[in-house]
Unconditional design. Structure first.
Length: 559
């Protein structure tokens, strides 16, 4: 389905007015671990269907901006792209909790900002990787009124998770199911928040449906005992890109061999375990809703969000289970919101991302936005969706390091996986473009080819009435503008490229008068080596050439 930009306008003043007169809203933020949108996992969650999808608005084109747990969570909690947090991996030297601390984010992220506005803040479950039994108190994660964190190395052990309450010493929980513990702690947090009476934020981060993981070995998720026999025979959806007969995907993915029946059967079992593990997440949703429904006056001033840190693939493009790849399955994640003024049973299709979440919460709470945010408020309420300001039509995706294959058969599938990617979803066009550190390129028409089976980069045809060559030149210029962007440049890249103010979308940029500028004068996105972190020396041009009045007579001006 396509949308028109004119439908997406934001009424900020209306909201400021409401907030001045009423108490700040509460937030309950449920974030699952590695949950897919494209493998239909939500179809097996009746509580999410009942309490979120039927009662709220589904953002069906919501993306994480880096498809890996720790960097994605840090981006989400700071409102900044990974290239601006420089937390780009799950462990040292490029990521993990100690990197989050050393980059200064433990002093400036969501819970601290909300506390400054009078909120009580709570968190249950996984905060981020590298938050462990040795790092949790050096220093403590700041900003929480109460916390019950899951700590490494047992974060992903479903029946022996480490729980660390407030500033107490961590405790193992052998024989107890981690998602049920998360449910119990979240409801306790809700009781405490309601009894205190101030506005609250409650983060709920169960491990399901992540693989059971220890020492870098990823085994199938472990469901709760009561769910372990559900869904016999359930298989990964056999979409066009599932274990295809011809290679697909870009760079190293294109070299993968077709999976044999043993591996396909294993992948189906891996998938079934995920769906089973999600049943306890569904029970968690029910527990929270049951308690909230006992307090209708609280429920009617609470926004609830259900999302995932990153997406997931199993067998698409012949890949072993995992995330990290520049494919729709890994980036397009569930995002459903319900609460005051939010449309019920509604689905929207304009692009939004995890870096938009903090600005969105600020907007709902009437807190002024920070210049450093790389995202912008999502129009979540019905009123916001019909007002007057334009939204961006792109999402910038990025990754550094190796792919991380999961399960028993992925050993050979961990290629150089550093890339820059952009999704452009605009008025009657829908495109995906990636430049790999190998300098392989991919371009997909996501309307005609949503499973990304036919790479049209470098072909001579046309899509949407535009020559592929001329279109690619524009999108590469857009990606070059986004790859190191900060703040408003990330949300308004066309205005940066065209300060004259006459270009605000891909469609505008396709005007023939800019052909020479984009094909001849603009620099290209490129890499000189594949590196595991954000090392700018190896990432080619960092800034685009800006269009000036003299550009159209082929004089080059560089910023
Ligand atoms: C739980 O994990 C701890 C820490 O790894 C370990 O010492 C303990 O033996 C485990 N308990 C069980 C029952 O697996
Ligand atoms: C199937 O492929 C896996 C992974 O390459 C391999 O280990 C296994 O031996 C193969 N099984 C058969 C029956 O060919
Ligand atoms: C919320 O609930 C309270 C208490 O039941 C009620 O007084 C108030 O009118 C409700 N507000 C809305 C917006 O429904
Ligand atoms: C990964 O990239 C590095 C640096 O560009 C290169 O030396 C290495 O051969 C690459 N590895 C693979 C498996 O392609
Ligand atoms: C990101 O962090 C790494 C590791 O500390 C460092 O080497 C690199 O220079 C940083 N990148 C930027 C752009 O600051």
């Amino acid at each position: 389905m396509l949308f028109r930009l004119t439908d997406l306008l934001v009424a900020t003043s209306w909201f400021a007015l409401i907030n001045a007169a009423t108490k700040k809203p509460n937030f309950i933020f449920i974030i699952t671990d590695d949950q897919d949108l494209h493998l239909n996992s939500l179809d097996y969650q009746p509580a999410v269907q009942k309490h979120f999808i039927e009662q709220g608005t589904s953002f069906n084109r919501h993306f994480c901006t880096i498809s890996l747990c720790c960097p994605s969570r840090v981006s989400l909690l700071t409102g900044r792209a990974a290239h601006n947090t420089n937390v780009t991996d799950v462990s040292a030297p490029y990521g993990g909790y100690p990197k989050f601390v050393s980059e200064g984010w433990n002093d400036k992220y969501l819970p601290i900002w909300l506390q400054e506005e009078g909120y009580n803040t709570y968190y249950t479950g996984k905060l981020m990787n590298g938050h462990s039994i040795t790092t949790y108190n050096s220093p403590y994660a700041k900003g929480w009124t109460q916390n019950d964190f899951f700590l490494d190395p047992n974060t992903y052990i479903y029946y022996n998770v480490t729980l660390q309450h407030n500033q107490e010493v961590p405790k193992y929980n052998p024989g107890e199911y981690s998602t049920d513990l998360a449910a119990e702690r979240s409801v306790a947090h809700l009781d405490d928040a309601i009894s205190k009476g101030d506005p609250f934020f409650i983060g709920v981060a169960p491990i399901g449906p992540h693989a059971e993981t220890i020492g870098g070995v990823f085994n199938p998720a472990v469901p709760a005992e009561r769910h372990k026999n559900l869904f016999p025979g359930l298989k990964v959806p056999r979409t066009e890109n599932f274990n295809p007969d011809v290679p697909s995907g870009g760079s190293w993915i294109r070299t993968l061999e077709q999976l044999n029946q043993t591996v396909v059967d294993y992948n189906d079992e891996f998938y079934r375990r995920r769906i089973q593990a999600l049943q306890a997440v569904d029970d968690l949703v029910d527990s929270i809703m049951d308690r909230l429904e006992d307090h209708p006056d609280v429920l009617n001033n609470t926004y609830l969000i259900y999302t995932a840190d990153n997406g997931y693939h199993i067998g698409q493009h012949r890949l072993p289970p995992g995330k990290t790849c520049p494919i729709e399955e890994d980036y397009n994640v569930p995002f459903i919101i319900r609460g005051p003024g939010i449309g019920k049973g509604k689905a929207v299709y304009f692009p939004t991302s995890h870096t938009d979440i903090v600005p969105t919460l600020f907007n709902l709470a009437g807190i002024p936005l920070q210049d450093g945010f790389d995202g912008e408020p999502m129009p979540v309420t019905a009123e916001q969706q019909v007002a007057v300001v334009r939204r961006s039509e792109h999402v910038n995706l990025e990754f550094w390091g190796s792919a991380i294959p999961e399960g028993a058969y992925g050993d050979d599938a961990g290629g150089n996986n550093t890339y820059k990617s952009v999704r452009v979803i605009g008025d009657r066009y829908n495109i995906a473009y990636t430049v790999w550190c190998s300098n392989a390129h991919e371009l997909y028409d996501m309307e005609a080819d949503p499973r990304q089976m036919s790479n049209i980069y470098g072909t001579s045809g046309s899509i949407y009435g535009w020559s592929i060559e001329k279109l690619t030149a524009r999108i590469d210029g857009l990606l070059l503008t986004l790859k190191a962007c900060k703040g408003v440049v990330c949300t308004r890249p066309w205005e940066t490229l065209h300060p004259q103010g006459n270009v605000a979308s891909l469609r505008d940029a396709m005007a023939p008068e800019f052909d020479n500028f984009y094909t001849e004068q603009q620099k290209k996105v490129s890499f000189t080596a594949c590196k595991d972190g954000y090392l700018t020396d190896f990432e080619g041009a960092l800034e685009p050439v800006i269009y000036t009045a003299s550009s159209d007579i082929s004089l080059r001006y560089q910023m």
